[in-house]
Ligand binder design. Structure first.
Ligand SMILES: Cc1cc2nc3c(=O)[nH]c(=O)nc-3n(C[C@H](O)[C@H](O)[C@H](O)COP(=O)(O)OP(=O)(O)OC[C@H]3O[C@@H](n4cnc5c(N)ncnc54)[C@H](O)[C@@H]3O)c2cc1C
Length: 385
């Protein structure tokens, strides 16, 4: 079946990136384990370390990292194409997702030579998976109020506190944690630092949390006086806030903020082809296609800024806000469309995929920063606050 966007040519990616697309499709034809749509709909929540290792063996984890660290040394546009194709196919990419998207670039930018030599080749080989330790039980949106604390000790630091909603902490070797390393919570952005925490250290406890769909993809992580050696600090002590802000630009703008329901959209198109489409179905499909085409342009524009080494934090927030609204509208409107005519034939796979995405989609506008918080940032970017 053709891609839904084949009819639109609003934004041109560099030719080298488009040429790369054929290679990615060919790889996926040969290596993607077959799975029904409701499993593929998990896309970047689907954990499959074997698949990540196959991608690594092909040289496609750490695509933008330098070859000297095991990366492919490619540009951000080729990474955009790779991510777009992985998500469109519903590939289970969660294992390496965070390391590839943000931990690797963060280590490359702020890490010492020894940290780069140690972590980056492991990320590229899919032997080191990372998770994001930002949220805490009393600090989600208000990240500057984190209370997990690292206290200086002989030869390093002692870490005490708790992180929550940490995606895949139970499967990862490392967390990059934002913690307070000096001062008091009232100091807000001052006195925060980032540490690379080896999750196998004594004093670390990881407790998976089951969500509404029955999956356990995130965890609560407790640190009880965990000893961190000096080289666990990443970047400058006290510069954690600036570093985390730059990291969020990588986290918020990519195709994953538009494509979380794309497997469902394709599944529904296949159903329309098999069983016929009403005028209302066609109008809805057209509306989804135009929204997706426009959003994709925005996401590519942010990719271009990242490719120039900029940190387009407000623009990334905008893409995430509008993108996640679109991702949520797909299951909501398809549920309404398929229940509008109780006499129509519905494939069970489509039912299961709508059911899964209807349950999980409220999280799309929570993970990575909530809608309200992003809109506050956008208002500030527009000079309205
Ligand atoms: C699927 C999923 C995966 C996640 N993965 C991770 C992860 O890997 N690592 C990690 O660190 N975190 C992760 N999170 C946590 C996520 O980033 C937080 O849930 C989010 O930042 C919101 O924080 P909170 O849950 O504490 O809600 P709160 O901050 O308590 O917010 C509750 C409500 O109040 C609103 N609100 C809060 N402050 C304001 C304000 N100033 N103005 C207007 N409205 C406001 C919010 O928009 C929200 O609707 C994940 C969350 C989900 C759902």
């Amino acid at each position: 079946m053709n891609n839904l966007l084949d009819a639109f040519h609003l934004t041109a990616l560099p030719a080298a990136a488009e040429d790369f697309r054929a290679e990615v499709k060919h790889f996926l034809d040969g290596h993607l384990p077959p799975a029904p749509a409701d499993v593929r709909a998990r896309s970047w929540m689907g954990f499959d370390a074997d698949f990540s290792r196959r991608l690594a063996a092909r040289g496609w984890i750490g695509l933008t990292l330098p070859a000297s660290y095991g990366g492919a040394g490619m540009d951000a546009f080729r990474r955009f194409v790779l991510v777009e194709e992985l998500l469109a196919a519903g590939a289970p990419v969660a294992a390496h997702w965070i390391a590839d998207r943000q931990s690797g670039p963060l280590i490359l930018r702020y890490g010492t030579g020894a940290q780069k030599d140690f972590y980056l080749p492991r990320i590229c080989a899919a032997s080191a998976f990372f998770c994001i330790g930002m949220s805490e039980p009393d600090s989600g949106s208000d990240l500057a109020s984190v209370r997990t604390r690292a206290v200086r000790c002989d030869g390093g630091w002692r870490l005490t506190g708790r992180k929550i909603w940490t995606t895949n902490a139970q499967h990862c070797q490392y967390m990059i944690a934002l913690v307070r390393s000096s001062g008091v919570p009232e100091d807000r952005q001052k006195g925060l630092s980032q540490f690379i925490v080896d999750l196998s250290l004594p004093g670390v406890e990881v407790r998976p949390i089951v969500d509404l769909t029955g999956d356990a993809h995130f965890s609560e992580v407790t640190f009880d006086n965990v000893f961190l050696a000096d080289d666990a600090l990443i970047g400058d002590e006290g510069a954690g806030w600036q570093q985390v802000t730059a990291e969020l630009a990588f986290e918020r703008s990519g195709p994953e903020r538009l494509y979380s329901s794309v497997v469902l959209l394709d599944c529904w198109r296949a159903q329309l082809r098999r069983h016929g489409a009403s005028d209302a179905d066609l109008a809805l499909l057209g509306s989804f296609a135009t929204q997706l085409a426009t959003l994709r342009c925005l996401s590519i524009a942010v990719t271009a800024r990242l490719a120039h080494g900029e940190s387009p934090v407000v623009e990334a927030a905008l893409v995430k806000d509008i993108g996640t609204e679109f991702e949520q509208a797909i299951p909501a409107q398809l549920e309404a469309a398929i229940s509008a005519d109780p006499a129509q034939t519905i494939d069970p796979e489509l039912f299961r995929t709508v059911a899964y995405l209807s349950q999980i989609s409220p999280t799309f506008s929570l993970r990575g920063g909530t809608r309200e918080v992003l809109r506050g940032m956008i208002a500030r970017g527009l000079g309205l606050r």
